[in-house]
Design a protein around this ligand. Sequence first.
Ligand code: ATP
Length: 480
Amino acid sequence: MAQRASQPRQRLSSSQVSMDKLVSLCKRRGLVFPSSEIYGGLGSTWDYGPLGVELKKNIKDAWWRSLVQSRDDVVGIDAAILMHPQVWVASGHAEGFSDPMVECKECNRRWRVDEVIIHNMVSDSKCPECSAVDSFTEPRQFNLMFKTFVGPVEEGAAQVWLRPETAQGIFVNFSNVLNTTRKKLPFGVAQIGKAFRNEITPGNFIFRSREFEQMEMEFFVKPGTDDEWFRYWVEERYHWYKGLGIREENLRLRPHGDDELAHYARGCYDVEYLFPIGWSELEGIANRGNFDLSQHASYSGKDMSYFDEETSQRYTPYVIEPSAGVDRSALAFLVDAYDEESDPSPTSGQGKEEVRVVLRFHHDIAPVKVAVLPLSRKEPLADRARDIYAELRKHWVVQYDEAQSIGRRYRRQDEIGTPLCVTVDFQTLEDNAVTIRHRDDMGQIRVPVSGLADTLRHKLAGEDIMVLPPGGAVWKTGGE
Ligand code: ATP
């Protein structure tokens, strides 16, 4: 039998993906659950399930590998979430980290002013919730930082903030890192961690929540070289998403207009993704000049300058900041991977048209890399399959699934984006070979069990493999 020829077909575009279907798939398969669901949930907070946590870990690992481990000019840190309150005074967040907000007097729903403007084109028209006309209050500034208290007494002196970004943890450690690593400019400091914002209008699943994770890097450079490094990081970050399989037509770079730039920023680009809600920010890359280090130097009284041995000059470095969201990236990877096609081998057996839902994740992003599927639960087949499973688990996140028909098991793995299934059948007991089935084209190939991990590694790296059994023939089987 010939291997299934992969049919050229149109993939579902990201704007056609239904958010409702994605949310329900995420819940059904253990990717993302509504938080505190048994108590009715807490608005716009989400819990990542067993597969969601793997997905997020893969995104963070890919980012860390690309920005930290594979470079010798970037190091990492992990700063505390609670910081001295003066940090947020110096950074400008205590005073200025706010969105103008209006409230509808009819339904009491609060809106960010820019959202109402975008929705209605003019700010004083209809409330998007209850359609009341001219019912908005005057805009008020609303600080997005969450307050809390350290120690037993809830008084002003004990008040601290939950950090609204990870970046400040890097700036306040600039001298610590410089002195302990002896890095020379240009160099970067990276961090991944939780951030908290009391968003007025969170929503759209994990796109905007009040608790989320950021991946941020501050790249310190000599003033005058900042434009060049800014362009470099904008390109790098765009290509990072592409390299992990995000389709080019769904990605774009958008420069900020002068009216959008913070007063100190010398330039900013957003990497935008075409979400089902339209083009929206996935990551921001900003040239922040020397604003942050200068502010901390002035508020703390500590020296934040750099001595350049080459030129014997002392100056405050400029900084280029790529700032991405883990959760927002996870949503982009999910949307981009989501596909539906009519099922060529329906599992119902009734001959009626079924839909195959498949998450076409890049292999590095897929939460589960391999599934081991024995054709029967009975011994000695199950025993053999479990041995194979135990061996493969040493290398990757692997699932073992013996419940229901093989067709249904393939579909379950397709739905969570597992690239490769290893099927152990009765012939395995005789020829010591298994079938590998690939998620995307459903093509199958029969390979020896010995060296299986290596074979899978090649497949996961996207390499084509030809397996020559002792007889010398190319050994391939048909699709499903
Ligand atoms: P937005 O305009 O969407 O509110 P922002 O410009 O305030 O975003 P930044 O402060 O630049 O966002 O934060 C960097 C990144 O952190 C964003 O590109 C996004 O990926 C992520 N992020 C920011 N706020 C949230 C949130 N409330 N929920 C999830 N991710 C977020």
